[in-house]
Design a protein around this ligand. Sequence first.
Ligand code: GN1
Ligand code: MG
Length: 376
Amino acid sequence: MSELNTQKFCPEELATAFSLNGKYQSCYTIEHGHINDTFVLEFENERAEKEFFLIQVINVNVFKNPDELMSNIIGVTDFLRKKIADANGDTNRETLTVYPSKDGKPYYLDSTGRYWRCYNFITDAYTCDTMDSPEVFYNAGKAFGKFQMLLDDYPIETLFDTIPNFHNTVSRFAAFKKAVEDNLSGRLDSAREEVDFVLAREKDAGILLDLLGKGELPLRVTHNDTKLNNVMFDSKTHEGICVVDLDTVMPGLSLYDFGDSIRFGASTASEDEKNLSAVEMSLELYESYVKGYLFYAGKSLTENEIKYLPFSSKLMTYECGMRFLTDYLNGDTYFKTEYPEHNLVRCRTQFKLVADMEKKMSEMERITTEAYESIR
Ligand code: GN1
Ligand code: MG
């Protein structure tokens, strides 16, 4: 939570732009993710109770088509809400709900051309940027596994590609090579070691895409940004109650979701830790997540999906590090950064994790096989 920068927008204007219950009271900002700006609006309803709503500016630099983006999110959240209701779940806490603007649109376009959207804000819940509890990380695995299971029969052909080739590691590699050649920021010399690290692993980039192309991995509805801080945990039970940040829900591989969760959540340090000796991939956390993930998703995964779970962790970490490095070389035009070396620092943590996973790969494979055997 931080001080509200009211120059950025007028909260009163937004409070009246959406069809929300009650009287607007106040607004604060929350730090969430590297892409969108996020705020919370506090309202008071007729019974003098507080109600909270989350509002976000859609980053149109990243998501070029807000209509398609919101169509995906509304489609998926409506679908989830129905399944949650059928299972007698709490539809206010277990899924996001999009509140339309007063003119019936899925967003509000303000006078400066910014697109705003409004969601329910889930209270009595928390998110984590790092994880040291295997029990809570097990719950994160359950939440993302359940998310995937619930969307198993979602009509995949109705989804738009909100960011084409988002996890196409081959095209990410090509974009990286171009960034090296262009050296737009003039920073190449400060990142030679990291550039060589990426180049040495080029052959990994196409492995999952080749399997997909040969029909040996299925295309599914996936989240595509399964960072630990995109799941909300109940403050009392610590269960993962709601998966958030649905901007990148698209057709994809289950392995993207699994691997990205390990990349972020099984690390012993934060994504921008400068002290690399603190950065490792914890096998204990890996094991908790695999078990939690397979709890719901295990039964529907194919043999190849299981087989590539450990490799996907390495691949997604490699891809993310490569994206940070690409952005560093391009002059920080994509990810939000707090200081000039931020993307370089981030890519170093990712490559430290990749190297650590390479050392631990046979252990990760053993843990995965054992976890899978236990649910069959
Ligand atoms: C971004 O929005 P956020 O912070 O959850 C990015 C992910 C990266 C992640 C790295 C749309 O996620 O792909 O893995 O940063 N999202 C987009 O922390 O590019
Ligand atoms: Mg995001």
